[in-house]
Design a protein around this ligand. Sequence first.
Ligand SMILES: *Cc1c(COP(=O)(O)O)cnc(C)c1O
Length: 384
Amino acid sequence: MNENILATIPFNRPHVSQNELGYISEALERGLTSGDGPFTHRASRHLEKLTGGSRALLTTSCTHALEMAAILLGLRPGDEVIMPSFTFVSTANAFVLRGAVPVFADCRPDTLNLDERLVEAEITDRTRAIVAVHYAGVACRMDELGAIAQRHGLALIEDNAHGLGGLHRGRPLGSFGCMATQSFHATKNVQCGEGGALILNDPELVARAEIVREKGTNRNLFFRGQTDKYRWVDIGSSYLPSDVLAAQLTSQLEAFDAIQARRQAVWGAYHRGLADWAGANEVSQPVVPDECAHPAHLYYLLLPDLENRQALIAHLAERGVQATFHYQPLHAAPAGIRYGRPAAGGCPVTERVADRLVRLPLFADMTESDVARVIGAVRTYEVI
Ligand SMILES: *Cc1c(COP(=O)(O)O)cnc(C)c1O
């Protein structure tokens, strides 16, 4: 068969779950389309079960959930937040908006997560928090990070955008930090186009979080009849999504097991189908420590160098497979240099993996023949 007549396999295609259109119609017909409606409550309760979190607040994005976390920490200008350089810009930007300084530490060469062995050396008297990003939904070393945070009186935040449904020693990701953030962007496992959530594991943060999410007002208390006036009481912004988006999200969350089963099948097929090719070509496959159960958020390969990574992306594009690179190191980005500082030893591992990493298509609606085509196309690449 001529490969050229087959449609390109995109990097991602959002899944449309069974009840999605029905729930959206229901939200529209009910007429309660603003935030905190019935579907917002349904999605939030579902999310609390999946994350083991004590309270989930839906937000307009993970970016906004991170901004809320930065506000709730009460950061002051000059305070420092230790985080990986190998992450999405929002992890850092949210804290920079509060005047805080992101301190960019290197990642572990195996899981590409924040290297917990490098964190303690970066703690100063201005350090207020550590942000753990579970790359590809494989947990950071939470025992060590938790112990460091406790020893130094720091907040531990999880940017769990990749990790919904992931476990560390059997415990859900999102339940470790005092706060955790989720993303429901179209590229994530469960999505509503743009959306997110703030998971609150410290009950003392809940009341203020509700105010910050409601433009700094106590609107929530007012609607519950717990105050007779609805007033401006704190700083905040408009972080509450429409109930129409929450309707879509509710359906997606209800389809979680089905979505995950498909994604795990694709991930497993890649891992098995590329093992001997990777071994013969000095290519590294993802490392998943025994104590981690990951949610198949992404499948990546580490090529020997940048030249090979670019050549593989081009090789796959010629064969109708859309593959892509990932995070560019934040410590070396223009805004990262302006607003942050790198850890003392720099981030050499981050710089190397950012050049070498390629992500393969991974979405719930990939067919078995799509997966076979991707594996076949990768396997015809010979490292130069
Ligand atoms: C996707 C992502 C975000 C941002 O999510 P949005 O919902 O698009 O704001 C933040 N952090 C990480 C690690 C992400 O992957």
